[in-house]
Design a binder for this molecule. Structure first.
Ligand SMILES: NC(=O)c1ccc[n+]([C@@H]2O[C@H](COP(=O)([O-])OP(=O)(O)OC[C@H]3O[C@@H](n4cnc5c(N)ncnc54)[C@H](O)[C@@H]3O)[C@@H](O)[C@H]2O)c1
Length: 441
C-alpha cells in the first residue's frame, strides 16, 4: 500500500447514461444490464462486473473483484435515455435487431418500453444510407446543440440523476477530416452559429455534453472528439473523453495475436481481413464515405504494434487489407476471415487462418458498460481530457499530443489495472519479480 494519491468522490446517487443511437449495440447493452440486474443473465465480457485484480505480491493472494476494489456505480443505479431518428422504443428496436432472444426481451419488456428516444440531430449528408423521421429542426447548428442541452437538463430533472455519461452508439458518419473550424473552441462555436458544413451531428452531441461538463464516449470511428476544439472543451469543463470505435471482433483478435507474433520476432508480410455482416451497421458501412471512416480506424492498429520503422526487415512492408461486405442473411452474426502471411527462421513463409463467427453487439455490450462505469469513475477522480488508460476498449485509442497510441491488448490491460491500483493507492505491479529470488532487490 502506498499513500493514497487520488481523492475519489463516492458514486452517490443515480448515474444517467444518455445514448445517441438506439440501435443494435445500444439495446443489447441496455437489455443486458436490465437482465443482469434481475439475475436473468450474466454480464460476461465485462471487466467491471466479472474481473478481479491482483494486489501486492503474488504471495499475498489478494485478488478482489474490480467492482469491490474501486468505487463504481452499481448497475441498479443506472438510468437510461437515448436519441434516435426512428422514434421506436428500446423494446421494439431490440426485437427487430434479433440479437437477444425474444423470451429474454419479454421478461424485461417494461423497462425497455420506457426508453423512448428523443428527437435526433441528424443530417443525411453524414450518413447516406439512413433517412430520419424523428429529427430536430432549428435555424442553426448552435440552436440544435442548445436543444440537446435542453434534453439533457430535462432528463436530469425528470430522473434526479446525480451524474451523466453520454455514449455515442449511433451510425458511422462519413469521413470528415479535422479542418480549421475544428481547431479552436472559438472557431467551432462560430462554425455552429454559421451551420458550418463540416460540423457533423456527432460533434453537436459531443459539444452539448462537454459544454455541460458531461463525459462523451464515441463508440463509432467518427472523428468527433479528435477535433482540438472539443478536446479543449473537455479539459476546460472537467469532462473526460475517450478514444473511438469499440474494439470488438476482428480488431480485438488482431490486437491479441499481433503482439504475440511481434514478441517472438516473427515477420509479417501481409494481413488480409474480410467480413460479412448483415445488420443496419453493415448497411451504413456499405456507403463508401462511412466505410472510409471505419477503414482508417481498422487499419491503424497493426502499424503501431509492429512498428515497421524500427523493424524494417520483419514488418517494413506489411500488406494490410480490410474489407466489409454487407450481407443481409447474417444479421448481427458477423463472420470474419483473416489470412496472415508470416515469416520464420531463415525467411521460411507460413500462414495463419482465423475464422471468427462472432456476434457484433454481444461483444460490444460489455465494452459499453465498462466504458461508462470507468469514465464515471475518472470524472469522480477529477480527471478530464483524454483517458488513455481506457485504450483497452478502443480500436483507435486517443492520446495526448505527440504520444503514439498503444494497441497491444496486454499493454493496455496492464495500463488499465495499474491505473486502478494508482487510484486506490496500491503498489503498481511491474512483474519484475526478482525480489522473490534475491534478498537485496
Ligand atoms: N457492434 C460492434 O461490434 C461495433 C464495434 C465497433 C463500433 N461499432 C459502431 O457502433 C455503432 C452502432 O452499431 P449498431 O450495430 O448498433 O448500429 P445500428 O445501425 O443498429 O444503430 C445505430 C443507430 O444510430 C442511429 N443514428 C444514426 N445517426 C444518428 C444521429 N445523428 N443521432 C441519433 N441516432 C442516430 C440509427 O438510426 C440507428 O438506430 C456503429 O457506428 C458501429 O460502427 C459497433
Amino acid at each position: 500500500m502506498t499513500d493514497r494519491k487520488v481523492n475519489v468522490k463516492p458514486a452517490e446517487g443515480k448515474l444517467g447514461v444518455l445514448i445517441p443511437g438506439l440501435g443494435a449495440v445500444a439495446t443489447t447493452f441496455v437489455a443486458g444490464v436490465e437482465a443482469a440486474k434481475r439475475q436473468l443473465g450474466a454480464p460476461i465480457g465485462s471487466l467491471t462486473q466479472m474481473g478481479r485484480i491482483r494486489l501486492g505480491k503474488r504471495t499475498e493472494n489478494r485478488n478482489p473483484l474490480i467492482h469491490e476494489f474501486v468505487p463504481l456505480a452499481n448497475l441498479s443505479d443506472i438510468v437510461w435515455g437515448a436519441w434516435d431518428l426512428h422514434g421506436q422504443n428500446a423494446y421494439e428496436v431490440a426485437c427487430r435487431s434479433r440479437v437477444l432472444e425474444q423470451g429474454l426481451l419479454d421478461k424485461i419488456r417494461k423497462p425497455l418500453e420506457a426508453i423512448e428516444p428523443m428527437k435526433a440531430v441528424f443530417d443525411p449528408v453524414f450518413v447516406k444510407n439512413l433517412q430520419g423521421v424523428h429529427v430536430k429542426s432549428g435555424p442553426t447548428k448552435m440552436d440544435l446543440a442548445r436543444q440537446v442541452m435542453a434534453d439533457i437538463d430535462a432528463f436530469v430533472a425528470r430522473t434526479g440523476v446525480s451524474r451523466v455519461v453520454v455514449l455515442w452508439c449511433g451510425s458511422t458518419e462519413t469521413f470528415t477530416p479535422v479542418s480549421d473550424v475544428h481547431r479552436t473552441l472559438a472557431a467551432f462555436e462560430a462554425g455552429l452559429t454559421e451551420s458550418h458544413p463540416e460540423i457533423a451531428p456527432s460533434m453537436i452531441y459531443a459539444y452539448a455534453a462537454l459544454k455541460k461538463g458531461i463525459p462523451y464516449l464515441n463508440g463509432a470511428p467518427n472523428l468527433t472528439v479528435d477535433a482540438p476544439a472539443l478536446l479543449e472543451l473537455s479539459r476546460a469543463n472537467a469532462a473526460p473523453i475517450g478514444g473511438k470505435d469499440f474494439k470488438t471482433g476482428q480488431t480485438l483478435m488482431k490486437t491479441i495475436i499481433a503482439p504475440g507474433l511481434k514478441a517472438r520476432m516473427l515477420g509479417v508480410e501481409g494481413w488480409f481481413s474480410t467480413n460479412i455482416l448483415g445488420n443496419l451497421d453493415g448497411k451504413v458501412l456499405d456507403d463508401p464515405g462511412s466505410f472510409k471512416t471505419k477503414e482508417e480506424s481498422k487499419l491503424s492498429v497493426l502499424d503501431t504494434i509492429f512498428n515497421g520503422e524500427l523493424y524494417p526487415q520483419l514488418y517494413g512492408e506489411i500488406h494490410h487489407k480490410v474489407r466489409i461486405n454487407y450481407y443481409p442473411p447474417r444479421g448481427d452474426n458477423k463472420e470474419s476471415w483473416d489470412n496472415i502471411d508470416i515469416v520464420g527462421w531463415m525467411g521460411y513463409p507460413m500462414q495463419i487462418k482465423i475464422n471468427f463467427l462472432c456476434r457484433d453487439s454481444i461483444l460490444a455490450a460489455p465494452v459499453c458498460l465498462d466504458l461508462v462505469l470507468f469514465t464515471d469513475l475518472a470524472q469522480r477522480c477529477g480527471w478530464s481530457g483524454v483517458q488513455e488508460w481506457l485504450s483497452f476498449y478502443w480500436k483507435s485509442p486517443q492520446t495526448g499530443p505527440g504520444l503514439a497510441p498503444i494497441h497491444d491488448l496486454f499493454q493496455q490491460q496492464n495500463k488499465l489495472e495499474n491505473t486502478l491500483r494508482y487510484i486506490m493507492g496500491e503498489t503498481l505491479i511491474t512483474n519484475l519479480g526478482l525480489d522473490y529470488y534475491m534478498d537485496e532487490v
